[in-house]
Design a protein around this ligand. Structure first.
Ligand code: ADP
Length: 224
């Protein structure tokens, strides 16, 4: 029940902005020179709404375990992480963030797009919460024969007292900042869900102003 209440609140906020801006434009209350700015705000809020809907759908599919047993296949985690890095490179470059990647072969049985989402959400956060000029190191490989993923950034960091809570649905350390960056507050709860399915663990080490390191260990048996 709490989740539904949060969802409707979170959906309403961007919707209210979109209809508010559109109404002003429709009634001729916006000067022609400000039209681009207003339509830009509508565009941004609509994107955020799109992200939110996608995340909610993903979570409810995971809740129903729809994806978790169907289409299991042999997945090369290192190749998947390379795709994540390639897809984030443009965003990182725009922020002048150096993104480096080191991958060693790590294969597991799993659902490709679900694993992709897990890798992507953590790396995307690193780009999102690192200031221009920062550095991100991404590593995939094996530790003790188990698939291992680590994303290290020198970004804004997370206060000790909040480190447990960031995995909760809709929990954000700084709501305004997350919003401005297009965040939904659901990314890490999706990660946690996926990691649990693979009987793995996700750990964060972080210091405010110094950066954060997220480490995922997956426990599932490796593909032969
Ligand atoms: P969001 O969509 O807000 O990024 P997430 O569930 O992915 O939602 O993350 C929850 C919160 O955890 C974020 O709002 C942010 O406050 C914090 N966070 C996550 N990753 C990082 C990081 N690499 N550096 C600093 N803060 C982070």
């Amino acid at each position: 029940r709490e989740f539904s209440a949060n969802v409707s609140h979170e959906l309403k906020t961007p919707l209210m902005s979109i209809s508010g801006y559109a109404e002003l434009m429709m009634n001729g209350m916006v000067r022609p020179e400000n039209i681009a700015d207003f339509s830009g705000r509508i565009y941004k809020e609509a994107n955020r709404l799109g992200n939110l809907v996608a995340d909610i759908i993903q979570l409810s599919r995971l809740d129903e375990q729809q994806d978790s047993t169907v289409s299991m296949e042999s997945v090369e985690l290192d190749e998947l992480a390379q795709d994540v890095v390639n897809n984030l490179r443009g965003h990182a470059e725009k922020k002048e963030i150096l993104l480096d990647y080191h991958g060693e072969p790590a294969t597991i049985q799993g659902v490709r797009h679900v694993l992709y989402e897990m890798l992507y959400n953590i790396a995307d956060n690193a780009v999102r919460y690192t200031n221009p000029g920062g550095h991100i190191h991404i590593y995939v490989g094996k530790r003790g024969g188990k698939p291992f993923y680590r994303v290290e950034d020198d970004g804004i960091g997370i206060p000790k007292s909040e480190q447990k809570r960031i995995f909760e649905r809709f929990y954000r350390v700084d709501k305004g900042r997350s919003r401005r960056q297009g965040g939904t507050g659901l990314g890490l709860s999706i990660v946690k869900h996926i990691v649990n399915f693979y009987h793995g663990s996700v750990k964060v080490e972080s210091e405010v102003g110094k950066g954060s390191t997220f480490t995922v260990k997956l426990q599932i048996a490796e593909a032969k």
